[in-house]
Design a protein around this ligand. Sequence first.
Ligand code: NAD
Ligand code: MG
Length: 399
Amino acid sequence: MSMVSLTLLGSTGSIGVSTLDVLARHPDKFRVFALAGHRQVEKLAEQCQQFCPQYAVVADETAAQALKSRLQAAAVATEVLFGEQALCDVASSGEVDAVMAAIVGAAGLMPALAAAKAGKTIYLANKETLVMAGGLFMHTVRTHGARLLPVDSEHNAIFQVLPEKFDGDLAAAGVESLILTASGGPFLHTDLNTFARITPAQAVKHPNWSMGQKISVDSATMMNKGLELIEAHWLFNAPPAQLEVVIHPQSIVHSMVRYTDGSVLSQMGMPDMRTPIAYCLGLPERLNTGVAKLDLARVGALTFSRPDFVRFPCLQLAYEAMQAGNAAACVLNAANEVAVAAFLAKRIRYTDIAALVAYCLHNHGHQRAEALEDLLALDQQVRAAAQVWVRNHFRVLND
Ligand code: NAD
Ligand code: MG
């Protein structure tokens, strides 16, 4: 294959760094066109030195100045841009073949949409794009001939074990359901009576995966699995009734497809995101990744159990939002982003995350929104309402 020219959105994050690790092993196959790292200027400067992209994108003018002076000192020729429009530009440039969408949260939506509109190959890590605007995003991908490959390990696993010719028709493919595995996170066995006292430091310590802070908290509440249900719903055109979740604490089976003949196919591997990332990058080729070999004899046992909605109310909220439709999922996502940020800032308790999401779904979940501007307006409206809730709650907490 000829050299693939790549833009990495969120290059300084957990997925971004894992992606660059894979790319560095295959300099003959990939060339980095642009890196985007928001406010992590130091890390981004190092990445520019190593990968010499044409462009680097940061959050604002201050970050741009800081990056420029670092690059100048290191004699790196990378041009520095800033702001959301610049993210969209480097995601849709004619010089780019493929875009790794690995920004965290709703901030990833506009650049991912820009890549879709430009018909790019999109490696999608940013699941919030599909939760916020799944219908719109999938429609954009289809109408502009973009190619969408899932990076999220569960969806990547499903993608790997679906028939190669799968075209969005699960029935025609003989599929009965998709089974998402979930580790259950750090609080799978924690005494429920102590949940209100869970600290951010405890919540971000995932037993198997090393990830960004937001997705780590989402994994602890299992909101992550809820977001992934909605992600699977859009990616694979799967109605809610054909989506299952099973707890699998070892994180070795990354997800499964249940076929109508009784077969269940799974993809397994060590919990290391370089595997699904490399699958996307290399398709149809398999790339070397440096991922440790799976030694099943050493793992010993693979166990499975049903999720408990009392322990994980966020999972139930996500199910409800998925059933209610597009706008409710957008509400769920916005409320959750505010809640997780407030929890990490120690402004609300761990148990308040689900309470705040439920409050927002109750108040805004019935609204209708399908067009982009309506979804963005709804997102803003819910964030504002959630902030008020946090402020009131914070006062109570500290009285
Ligand atoms: P992270 O927090 O480690 O990194 C986030 C990246 O986005 C950083 O490069 C950061 O600079 C950038 N960023 C943050 N806010 C931004 C903003 N407002 N505008 C532009 N850029 C911004 O997160 P992560 O763990 O790498 O996750 C990234 C995405 O991938 C998330 O949507 C997450 O759900 C998804 N994902 C992650 C993993 C994982 O193992 N880490 C697995 C599956 C899916
Ligand atoms: Mg996942």
